[in-house]
Design a protein around this ligand. Structure first.
Ligand code: NAD
Ligand code: UDP
Length: 340
């Protein structure tokens, strides 16, 4: 793996050359979504300050920005006080373990970044009179009893179950965000992200897309948890980022579901990966993790109507791009590189 050179946080650079540019702060910038969001913001004319402590992120996700003067990086835990000099027009709080195996392994950090980290990021937005957008999740609906999930549904979460550390941290984060909006007048936005996939996911992060694709590419058994009848709806990363960008520029403060409503069972998903990769993999059944939601599909009527957003990339097209990325990552095995 290439060693990521941390760009020194330069107050001088900010004071001189970039006064006219809008500045965005992205927490979790070295992660899968944070790095794609950073790319989009740079494309839209923002200067971006990324903040990340590499807990679950990969420095290589930012390698391509090392020479970009409009990007600065601060290696920091966002549960600690965030000191960002200069003007900031928007704060995106994306830092948090996001894969079930990550947050089951890092329960306290997950709770802390969703609560204390959200408080820090909101405090920064308030101090800078900046807009604020929190990456919430479909997990706030828990094992949903309403299907598909609309933003009005309050959810069905087991607070004390192993997944509760993530779900409840995000529910707290939404409550804290609305409190900063109502009490302090901060211009806040909440996006409830449904399962998203694409390049820059870690091969070994345990989420179903990298898990099944890497198993298929290596002709290893596909590990289905449970009987595979549980459903998910997968959104390609560029569609998701487009929805998030549109929401960030909008006038709304209440939550928006952003995701792709095409739903399939995990068994159907496994079969599709095997077919696209022309793999010889067989299917192997493993116990279903505790509180694994039985169904998940976003109702995106609100995003369609109010943001004029809907996904454009169908699953087959998105998977071909994601598979090409994972293939490339796997080909780096055995040439002395660490595979994350
Ligand atoms: P990721 O693990 O790839 O990225 C998260 C980033 O946050 C990592 O780079 C990690 O190092 C960083 N981070 C974690 N704790 C931190 C801390 N205390 N201080 C600083 N940095 C910290 O995950 P992702 O898939 O990119 O998810 C990004 C956000 O989107 C998360 O908030 C997640 O809950 C949310 N989300 C993602 C999905 C999805 O399908 N990818 C779905 C729902 C919600
Ligand atoms: N899953 C699976 N095999 C794996 C990884 C995940 O069957 O190797 C299942 C998991 O139990 C869940 C679905 O795939 O039902 C999606 O899991 P993921 O971890 O991607 O995200 P979740 O939607 O559960 O947050």
């Amino acid at each position: 793996m290439k060693i990521f050179k941390i760009i020194r946080f330069s107050c001088k650079k900010m004071a001189v050359g970039f006064r006219s540019m809008k500045t965005a702060v992205v927490t979790g910038a070295a992660g899968f979504l944070g790095s794609h969001l950073t790319d989009r913001l740079l494309k839209e004319g923002y200067r971006v300050i990324g903040v990340d402590n590499f807990l679950t992120g990969n420095p290589a996700n930012l390698d391509h920005l090392q020479k970009d003067d409009r990007f600065d990086f601060k290696q920091q835990d966002v549960t600690e006080y965030l000191n960002i000099p200069g003007e900031v027009s928007v704060v995106f709080h994306f830092a948090s373990p996001a894969s079930p195996i990550d947050y089951l392994e890092l329960p306290i950090q997950t709770l802390k970044v969703g609560s204390l980290g959200t408080h820090r990021a909101l405090g920064l937005a308030k101090a800078k009179k900046a807009r604020f957008l929190i990456a919430s999740t479909s997990e706030i609906y828990g094992d949903p009893l309403v299907h598909p999930q609309t933003e009005e549904y309050w959810g069905n979460v087991n607070t004390i179950g192993p997944r509760g550390v993530y779900d409840e941290a995000k529910r707290f984060a939404e409550a804290m965000t609305m409190a900063y909006h109502r009490h302090h007048g901060v211009d806040t936005k909440i996006v409830r992200i449904f399962n998203t996939y694409g390049p820059r996911m870690r091969l070994k992060d345990g989420r179903v897309v990298p898990a099944f694709v890497s198993q298929a590419l290596e002709n290893q058994p596909i590990t289905i948890f449970g009987d595979g009848s549980q459903t998910r709806s997968f959104c390609f990363v560029s569609d998701l980022i487009d929805g998030i960008y549109k929401l960030s520029e909008s006038v709304y403060h209440d939550p928006f579901n952003i995701g792709n409503p095409v739903e399939l069972t995990i068994k159907e998903f496994a079969e599709r990966i095997v077919r696209i990769t022309q793999s010889k993999s067989t299917i192997e059944y493993h116990p279903l993790p505790t509180d694994d939601p039985k169904q998940r599909r976003p109702n995106i009527s609100k995003a369609k109507e109010k943001l004029g957003w809907e996904p454009k990339i169908d699953l087959e097209t998105g998977l071909v791009q994601a598979i090409a990325y994972f293939k490339e990552r796997l080909s780096q095995k055995g040439v002395g590189k660490t595979i994350l």
